[in-house]
Design a protein around this ligand. Sequence first.
Ligand code: 9MR
Length: 346
Amino acid sequence: MKPLILALALVLAAPLPAQAAHPRPPRDLRELAHQHGIRIGSAVDIAALRAEADYRKVLNREFSHVTAENAMKWESVEPERGVFTWADADALVENARRNHQRVRGHTLVWHNQLPAWLTTGVENGTIGATELRKILRDHITTQARRYKGKIRAWDVVNEVVNDDGTMRQSIWLTHLGPGYIADAFRWAHRADPHAKLYINDYNLEWNAPKIETTLSIVKDLQAQGVPIHGIGFQGHLGIQYDYPGDWANVMRRFADLGLEVAVTELDVRMELPVTPEKLATQAEYYRRALTDCLSVKACREFTVWGFTDRHSWVPGWFPGQGAACLFDENLAPKPAYHALLSVKKG
Ligand code: 9MR
């Protein structure tokens, strides 16, 4: 062999440098999600989406899944009986389409953020059980149909179990009986047959009574042939509590029933003021949550409940606490953001 050809042959035969054999480090969450074969999402504040260009830019760069933080809730879409206000929800769905984001619909049946016409009607007895059932069916049908084909997954029922494992005494349970849950899933499925239908809750990461009751609800629905496809773990965590170390096992128990799994509302709050140590602990919680999700094959979506401390529900609900998100108020990435990017496959 001529020396030049020999040299060429040796170069071609040499093993590739190590980094070329692995994907390069992801440049953002969208790429990270893609490398892991999942979607990473965020809840969206519609007012910020409309008004703040920097918010929009980060949202659309980083996230491949979105949930309306409030815009799809009943009080938002039907503030007066028969008067539908879809503009905000439509804007979210349209923004998602333009930016290749899938959408989680949140939420069809909840005890909170119901329109006043409905709650007062039930309280003062002008809306009886038969009418209430029809109102719920119409609500689910109208909303799921409107976004048919545009919603990857619906939170059909949200927070139906109490922390002690009993069923929540909402207007739905009180007036319609426990069968409202099966009805809700059936109506949603009829309206949008391709959407994945979820039951969603908080504290499900660790709370045994809630976990057991929710598992038995799922089994019971499945035994009746009700179309239920997914379990949503909200994941509202705080660094003053231990990380829920059994979370991956809990996810697996639901996956073993054939359900898809999603982290639907992750945030990790802290007592203010912020310190570097607290940010490091928070980063570890975010990293562990993503690692837990990735360790369960059925976990397909990892959504945070807002991505910036500029717009977060936490300070308003937990006085003295905050800084729960991946980006600070100026949209600078926090250690938690970098911790997520560092999570490796496998
Ligand atoms: O983040 C939402 C906040 O803006 C609303 O005021 C609040 C009203 O109940 O709901 C918040 O979102 C909740 C979600 O819809 C369901 N799980 C708990 C979330 C945080 O409270």
